[in-house]
Every structure is written in structure tokens, then in C-alpha cells.
Design a protein around this ligand. Sequence first.
Ligand SMILES: C[S@@+](CC[C@H](N)C(=O)[O-])C[C@H]1O[C@@H](n2cnc3c(N)ncnc32)[C@H](O)[C@@H]1O
Length: 286
Amino acid sequence: MERTLAGRDRANRMFDAYGALLTAQQQHLLRRYYQDDLSLGEIAADLRVTRQAVHDGLRRALVAMERLEGALGLAARQDHYSTPAPRSTPKTREQRVELRGRVWAFQSVSGVFAHRRFDAGTHLLIDAIEVRRDDRILDLGCGYGAVGLVAAALATRGRVWLVDLNRRAAWMAHVNAAAHGLTNVCVLVGDGAAPFRDGSVDLVVTNPPIRAGRRVVTEFIEGAWRVLRPGGRFYMVVRTAQGALTLARLVAGRFGEARQVRAAEGYRVYEARRKHDAKAKVIVGV
Ligand SMILES: C[S@@+](CC[C@H](N)C(=O)[O-])C[C@H]1O[C@@H](n2cnc3c(N)ncnc32)[C@H](O)[C@@H]1O
């Protein structure tokens, strides 16, 4: 039951393809182990069963999925969106959606998050964010760009950096920025907040890649805190069933607060502000 990047990626792809065919208990175990990054012992304590029972349950779920994959091969054909270079042939489609009083026509593409249907969590996050005209904004894990581009339209005197590790996503975000005539944006291929300097932005927004595992999401939260100036704001949307409360605790652990500002359709949006403290370093510009 490998939890290396490759092992997790394979388990998650199979779960996307066959999860609905597993028992509710197997689905729960796979989510807790591969998406929430809990240890066997933690899951066992949660469920009040033995560690061995969790191990055996997970193993049976993986064997069942491997059997289905052997017969149907669906997982091998689908790209997971958190990959630097999707292998599938890119197929674009248009998604029209009204956001903050304006109709947007985004091009989405296969191999990128939510390419078939506009994501309800993305929608809720866009509705919730408070954007000021001169904000410097970072959209962490931008996908094809919806959150960052709406923010760019609101920050008319500011600037937005959109970052994704998936090259195809970054390419689409760039295409969408150009199609909407947004010139105050910069799209980067990169790993989380790594390319940005400490204290260099006013606002970080993210719909984090839960399926990439707890380590990546924790790095997003830590990275957001680091690049925000003191007083800067952080918004994050998470599906309630994908450990929203646990992630809110992680945000609170780093920022000292995590206020739920929206909840709808099984998603929650949290807001946190980086505290003004004497030790914080402020470097203006990126
Ligand atoms: C849940 S999707 C959200 C996409 C977009 N913000 C939206 O709401 O439609 C998370 C995104 O994070 C990206 N991602 C995963 N790991 C990353 C990393 N280490 N650095 C940057 N982006 C990453 C994925 O490729 C994916 O596009």
C-alpha cells in the first residue's frame, strides 16, 4: 500500500474510475488513507477497530480496484489533473458561467481539473473572495484560471499571479486571460508558492489539490502564509467530505484563525488573515 507519489496517483485514478463500485467502508478507508494522509493507526483509532483491520480493508479495496482495472483499463486512460504533463490528447471545451455579475466563457481542457463541468467549490470560492482594486494576488493551483482571472477583473489596479504545476492548466489559464482581455495577470508553471518572495502579496486564493495528498495541501497553506504580507488575506475552499474541518485546523494552526465565510453544496470557504507581528518580513514586489 504505497503512499509514494506514484502509488497515491494510481490509487486515486482507480478510485475516480471505480470508487462508486466499492462498499461505503472501503471508500471511506481509501479517502482517509490516500487523500487525508492519515496513518493506519489513526484511521483505526477513529473507527475503533484494529490497525490490522484497516490494513486488510485497504488491501481488499485495492485488490478489487486492480481487478476492475485489469478488466476495464479505465484508470490508465485517464489523466489525473495534478500532474506536470498530462498524456491524454488535449480536448478543449467551453464553459459559460456567470460569476460576480459577468458571464465568463472559459476554455477548459482534458487533463485539467474540472474540465467537463464548472466546479461548485470554485464557484463558491469566487463568490466569497473580497478583492480590492490594487491587490497583488496569488492563485495557488490555478487550473484553467477561473479564480485568478475573476480576481484580476476585480483588481483593476492590481496584479494576479496564477500558478499551476500542470503545464496544460497553465497554458489554458494563459489562453483564458488573453480571451478576456486581462493584461494584469501573469501565469506561471511552478510548485505552489515556491517562486514567490516572502511577504510579497496581499491576497492568496486557492482551491487546493486535495487528491495530491495532505503534504501538498499543507505546503500550500504554509506557502500562502509565507508569501502574504502582514495583514494579507488567505481564502481556501474545501469539500466538507474531503476533510474541510481538519484542513481548517491546519489553517488555524498557521494563521491563528480560520473563519468559515461560506458553506454551500457540500463545500466550505475559509478566510484567514496573516497577523501583523514585529518579526514579519515585508518585501514588496515579486
Ligand atoms: C482542485 S484544482 C483547482 C483548480 C482551479 N483553481 C479551479 O478552482 O478550477 C487544484 C490545482 O492545483 C494544481 N496543483 C497540484 N499540485 C500543485 C503544486 N505542487 N503546485 C501548483 N499547483 C498544483 C493542480 O494541477 C490543479 O490544477
